[in-house]
Each structure stands twice: as C-alpha cells, then as structure tokens.
Design a protein around this ligand. Sequence first.
Ligand code: ASP
Length: 361
Amino acid sequence: MIPDVKNSSLRWIPACLIALTVALATGCDPADDAEANASNEADLSGAEYGLVIHGGAGTIVRDNMTEEMEEAFHAALAASLEAGNAVLEEGGSALDAVIAAVEVMEDDSLFNAGRGAVFTAEGTNELDAGIMDGATLNAGAVTGVREIRNPIQLARLVMDESPHVFMAGEGAEVFAEQFDLERVDPEWFYTERRWEALERAREDESFDLSWWEQEGRMLGTVGAVARDRDGNLAAATSTGGMTNKRFGRVGDVPVIGAGTYASNESCAVSTTGHGEYFIRNVVARDVCARMEYLGESVQEAADALILERLADQGANGGLVAIDRNGHIAMPMNTPGMYRGHFLAGGEPFTAIYSDEGDGSR
Ligand code: ASP
C-alpha cells in the first residue's frame, strides 16, 4: 500500500508554525533556515530493521517547486520506501531491499538515475551504479553503461557473479549479456527535461563548478541504505552523473568508499552531491571509519563529513546512513535533499527541504 503522503507532509505543519513564530519573534527570515546546513539529528531510537533513501540533494527551494511537483516527489519517494520495506518486512535481506528501493527510483523519470538520467556532452546517457554488502564487504559497481535499464542490478551481478568489483562501459555491457537483464534502446533514457538541461549547459559550457547554481541541471542521484532483521547492512547508489559530463567522467557513485559503502561493523552509506569532492574525501568509507576508530555515532560521523569537511571545501551534497543498531542520519549542506525512511514500528517519512527535519519523534 502506498502511504498517505499528504499526511506525512502535514505532520510538519505544527513544526513550521513554531519555526515561523520563532522567526517572527527573533526577526530572522525563515527562508534563511532553508539555506542553512541541516544535520537533521535523529533521535529515532534504533530500528530492528529499516531503510533510508535519497533522491538527490541540491538547490531545492520552495520558490522553484509547485505543489504538484512536491506531491510527485513525495509519492515517488514513498513508492521506493514501500518497495524496500516490503522486502525487509518479510524477512528479506538488506541487499534485496536497497535494490528494490533504488529500482523504483531508477524507473521514475523524476530522478537522475536510470530512466531520468542526465545527458553527457555528446548527448548520450552514461549510467553509474554501486552496491555493497556490509556482511561480507563484497561490492559491485558499473560505470558508463548505456543500455541497461536498471544499472543497480548489473552492479549486483558484478558483485555476485564475477570475481571483480568494478566494470566499465562496453565491457560491463558484454558481461551483462550472460544474464537475463533487461536491456533497452538508449532512447529509453531520453526525457525532454534533461535534454533541455543539456542545451542550457551547452550554451554556457558549464559542467561542474558552475552547475550548482543552475537549477535542475543534475539533481536526482538516488540511493538507499538498509538494515535487515538479521542485522546485516547494505548500501546502493545509482546515477546518470552530471549534465554535460565528458571524457568518460566518472563520479563518486560507483567508486566504492566514496559514494557507496557498507560494513556491519559500523554503518551503510549512500551519498549525493558534487562527486569529485566525495571521491577526494572518500566520504562514505570515512563515515564508517570515524565510527569504528573514533567511536562516533552515525550522526556525528555523517555530520563531520557533510557539515564540516565538505562544507569547508565549498562542496555541496548530502548522504543517508544507517548504523548496525538501526540508528540513522541524513545530513545535507544544501537547501534540500529528496529523502525518506521507513523504520520498523514506524510510519514512512518523506521530506524535501532541509528545514523539514528527519522525522524524529
Ligand atoms: N554524485 C553524483 C556525481 O557526481 C551526482 C549527484 O549526486 O547528484 O556523479
């Protein structure tokens, strides 16, 4: 059953009224809050099983969204949570749950992954995906694939059916031929919205450093992290990368340790944002390492990366994480990140803007 998304956003009305009252009393502009870093500190008490998802972070501000768009994103996130939760509820694995959740978003043109992938400078779509199993530290990743409908499934096959971790482009597609994996004509990935974004990017030759200001250029990388009933963790991330990328550019998503990482010793992490910075800072693994070596909580470790290290470097983005005890974190240093969670014993929660919090009770 698809959860009542409207109700989930209505839950925030009292919080918004309080924020507005405080803002009026203190003379600060609530719009400033939307720009602020948001650690979204979770006091969620630790779930027996559950998943956390994201659908990309960026300059997502209310002024640029219509009510219909907000509803569409909430519904898409809810559908993804529902798919992942269905696996976990029945005792399925964290790995199967993250794949189920990511696939739903790959098939939805709202997100920059699978169907809605952004275009390269050459007008093609080159898709990246990565997956990691926290129980075994096995991992699989693909980059630059053009005809695989759900790249996250191919990443899983790399992990399960080959002795390798990372496959690229044509080689990855030849590997895929051995399996019953849905292939599509590259036209499948064509969407008007992403094509227009490419045309705008071509006009001013923007790719990376200026993309952040360019609304809608590349938002929507998707990811999921989960803990199953057996206490196993998994992470999965999928993306079209960045609009107008060229020269076979590879982002952080399929780089294990940068955009995707999971270890049962600490946590599972999936990131979104300016990939070059996430690679240089080995963000996903570093969140886990901070927990393991410094004894930080998942919230402290995730905040240290997103709100301090990356923010200090001027790098925009966010991440979702779940630790081995079912605690979660979803910090962002951007005005918004499409996100949500569905934790055992709780209700599905979806949010868009940074000031909507994390669904803590
Ligand atoms: N991290 C992705 C990349 O750099 C983009 C994103 O998350 O939106 O390819």
